[in-house]
Structures are given as C-alpha cells and as structure tokens.
Write a protein that binds this ligand. Structure first.
Ligand code: ADP
Length: 272
C-alpha cells in the first residue's frame, strides 16, 4: 500500500549490502562552451552517507549526477569513487585518462533514477529489470529473474511483471525504475528529481519507498530534490549549491530550519 513502510525482510534480500565506497570531487571543472558550470568543485560524501543537493535551477546539480553516471565528461579535476578515480586510471605516480574497460568497471558501481523514469519503452517490466543484470553483470537469466521478482515484490509491483511501461501510472513506472536501478546492485545511488514528474497523489508513496530503501541499505546516496520533507527524510546532510559552488552545508534541520547564508534563505523562500 502507498506510503506504508516497506517489508524489511523483503528489503534485506533485495538490497545491496557490503562495502560501500564514498565519493570525492577534487577540483572538478565542467564547462559547456564558455559556460563554466563547475569551477574547481570540492566535496566528499562518506561511505553510506546520504546527501541531498539543493539550489537554484542551473546551479549544476544535475551535471554532478551526470558526471558520476559518466553521461558527461569532466574537463579537469578528479572524481573518486572509493579509492579509485572514475574518469582516470593510475599511471606511474599520476593519473591518465580512463579507457573504456575502466569506465565500464566503474559504471557498475553507480545507479541512477531519473525524473522521467527512462524505462525501455519496448520492453515489459521483467525485461527492463533483467536486461542490465544479464548483459552487463553476467547473471544467468534465472538468477536475474529471481532478483527481478524480489525487487518487484519490494516495490509492490510483482503483479505488473508482464506489463509494458505505457500500461503503468507514473508512480508505478518510477517504482519499476527504482527496482531496475537496484537490480544492477549499485553501491552508489543517484536520485534526480525523482518525483517532480509525478501526479501529486503519487509523490509520497515513491518518496516513502526510497526513504525505506535508503535506510535499509548501506548505499551511498546522492539526491537532487526541491522537496524539503523528502530531503529531511532521506538525507544525513544537505549541500546548498549556487553557480556550481557549495554555499552552505549541514544537517537538513539546520539548512532548512536556520540557514546562515542569505542565498540559502532566498532559495528556500522561493521554493516554498
Ligand atoms: P541544475 O540541475 O542545478 O538545474 P544543471 O546541472 O542542469 O543545473 O545545469 C547547469 C548549467 O549547465 C546550466 O547553465 C545549463 O544550461 C548548463 N547545461 C547543462 N547541460 C548542458 C548541455 N548538455 N549543454 C549545454 N549546457 C548545459
């Protein structure tokens, strides 16, 4: 049922557990043409930590997630996942650009849930969930199907296993997208405005599901959201961005309750 706490036993079997890497951005620069979106950005997310990024539109939040997904290439600096650089490989006592094999290995650690669900439209729910695990992780089809069932059970959609994405509501599609991300057994999970395309009555169910998943797993979580309740529920720490720089950071209660920076106060006023 929508909004009810997740069955923790189901979660235990289905969720990733084990050593979780942290994330570190070290003097990361990202430009689009003349537009310098990230300017020597530094920040760290500890292993298993759950961090929400907030800030005005255009401040670089999605770019940070896309860099971690290797959907964008960085221009300078280093992004670390655990003790390994994402976009580089060790060479001598320095770093060389990563080759495809290294990127492929690093990508396996990171999963993302998008605003627009991004399910494969020509595949039913089951195939959406087993395609990656079979092709990329090398699971047998039987193993992948078993995991898909566990995950669909966890998100409350086993009965939709044969449905096509177009037959599902937005909330159901997003639950499938969450299950699909977890089916890849990521160690880092990225959430990009995951409820902003949903009808209002479906938002809380998806948020509660993600909150329960975050609490029941040891995933390192990076979340972009404008929803303060969700940010409070899901994160240990909030980073307030403006123009590709961190303006202020702290526990959600502090950032939302008593922000010290004027830019944070202005931003919070604008989204309320
Ligand atoms: P946010 O998620 O905080 O709204 P984004 O990371 O989406 O911010 O965007 C940061 C800046 O980068 C914006 O100025 C945006 O126009 C620019 N940008 C993002 N993606 C691209 C792209 N593919 N090509 C050109 N500019 C882009």
């Amino acid at each position: 049922p929508q909004g009810a706490p997740m069955d923790k036993t189901a979660a235990d079997g289905a969720l990733p557990h084990g050593s979780t890497p942290g994330i570190r951005f070290e003097k990361v620069v990202k430009r689009f043409g003349d537009n310098i979106v990230l300017r020597e950005l530094n920040f760290t997310v500890a292993p298993g930590e759950r961090v929400t990024l907030i800030g005005p539109s255009g401040s670089g939040k999605t770019t940070i997630l896309r860099l971690l997904m290797t959907l964008e290439k960085l221009d300078d600096g280093v992004i670390w996942i655990g003790d390994r650089p994402l976009w580089h490989m060790p060479r001598g006592d320095g770093l060389a650009p990563a080759n495809e094999k290294h990127l492929h290995e690093m990508r396996k650690q990171v999963g993302m849930v998008f605003q627009q669900f991004n399910l494969f439209p020509n595949m039913n729910v089951l195939r959406n969930l087993i395609e990656g695990p079979v092709r990329v992780l090398g699971l047998s089809k039987d193993e992948a199907v078993e995991r898909a069932r566990e995950l669909l059970d966890m998100v409350g959609l086993v009965d939709k296993i044969d449905a096509h994405p177009t037959q599902l509501s937005g909330g159901q599609q997003q639950r499938v997208a969450i299950a699909r991300a977890l089916a890849m057994q990521p160690k880092v999970l990225l959430l990009d405005e995951v409820t902003s395309a949903l009808d209002p009555e479906l938002v809380v169910g998806v948020q509660d599901l993600l909150r329960d998943i975050a609490r029941a797993s040891d995933l390192t979580l990076l979340c972009v959201t404008h929803e303060m309740h969700f940010a409070k529920d899901i994160s240990d720490r909030v980073l307030m961005f403006d123009k590709g720089q961190i303006v202020e950071e702290g526990p959600p209660e502090q950032i939302f309750g008593e922000p010290t920076e004027q830019r944070t106060r202005d931003f919070l006023q604008a989204i309320l």
